[in-house]
Design a protein around this ligand. Structure first.
Ligand SMILES: N[C@@H](CCC(=O)N[C@@H](CS)C(=O)NCC(=O)O)C(=O)O
Length: 230
């Protein structure tokens, strides 16, 4: 029996990032299978026909195909950082729902306005960008008051959401960093520059069934099979 979970992942996908962040926080070693979205492995599509990453196969061979569920599975195994404090639970899920709903909807339009010709809105990209700034202002106020998105410590909300704020920021860094949201900018920088994030962003060769197995865990940096991102 395979004792390690297997993760189908794509390095730049924010959903896959949050899954890797939770696996890292739970200190779980997993077999990493890097994919390319335009050429998904047959085995991945066989076990998860909806064809999105991340997909996790647990040691018991259960398939988990939603990033939040992978986070939960990881934390149900081990949660040394106490990422879901009881008193913030409801708030955490409300924040994640807003991120995965409206924020992601607007982020897609900001990033790729040409993919939505039917929406016939002039300046769709800027319009979508500006719709998200209300959420960013809320994040900035929360961080100013508490330190994190929900309470003073890093929670599931921070880990589930910062990869999407990063993607938003990187569409036009100058514009983002000129916003009067210093707490949000510092929070984003802290997460992007963390050892954890650097570890989960290590580059893997694209997986193929005949590939040598590669494993990821918090000791990645010492694993000679893996390449450190330059
Ligand atoms: N609700 C899913 C969304 C995952 C998702 O949309 N992932 C994107 C990559 S960031 C994907 O795999 N898209 C399929 C494709 O582009 O072919 C989750 O939370 O895991």
């Amino acid at each position: 029996m395979n004792v390690h979970p297997i993760l189908y992942s794509f390095r730049r996908c924010p959903y896959a990032m949050r899954a890797r962040l939770a696996l890292n926080s739970a200190q779980i070693t997993y077999e990493h299978r890097e994919i390319v979205l335009r050429d998904k492995p047959a085995h991945m599509l066989e076990i998860s026909p909806k064809g999105t990453v991340p997909v996790l196969i647990t040691p018991e061979k259960k398939v988990i195909e939603e990033s939040i569920d992978i986070m939960h599975w990881a934390l149900s195994q081990n949660d040394p950082a106490h990422l879901i404090p009881d008193q913030h639970r409801t708030d955490i899920y409300t924040l994640i729902e807003r991120n995965d709903g409206a924020f992601k909807h607007n982020l897609d339009r900001y990033k790729y306005p040409n993919r939505y010709p039917d929406e016939k809105l002039e300046n769709l990209g800027e319009h979508a960008r500006d719709k998200n700034t209300g959420t960013l202002r809320d994040y900035d106020a929360r961080i100013a008051q508490n330190g994190g998105l929900s309470g003073e410590k890093t929670t599931l909300a921070d880990l589930a959401i910062f990869p999407f704020v990063r993607q938003f920021a990187h569409v036009d860094r100058d514009w983002f960093y000129a916003l009067p949201l210093p707490n949000l900018q510092a929070w984003l920088k802290k997460h992007i520059e963390s050892d954890t994030f650097n570890t989960i962003m290590i580059k893997f060769e694209t997986w193929a069934p005949e590939s040598e197995k590669t494993y990821a865990n918090i000791n990645n940096k010492n694993n000679s099979l893996l390449k450190i991102d330059a």
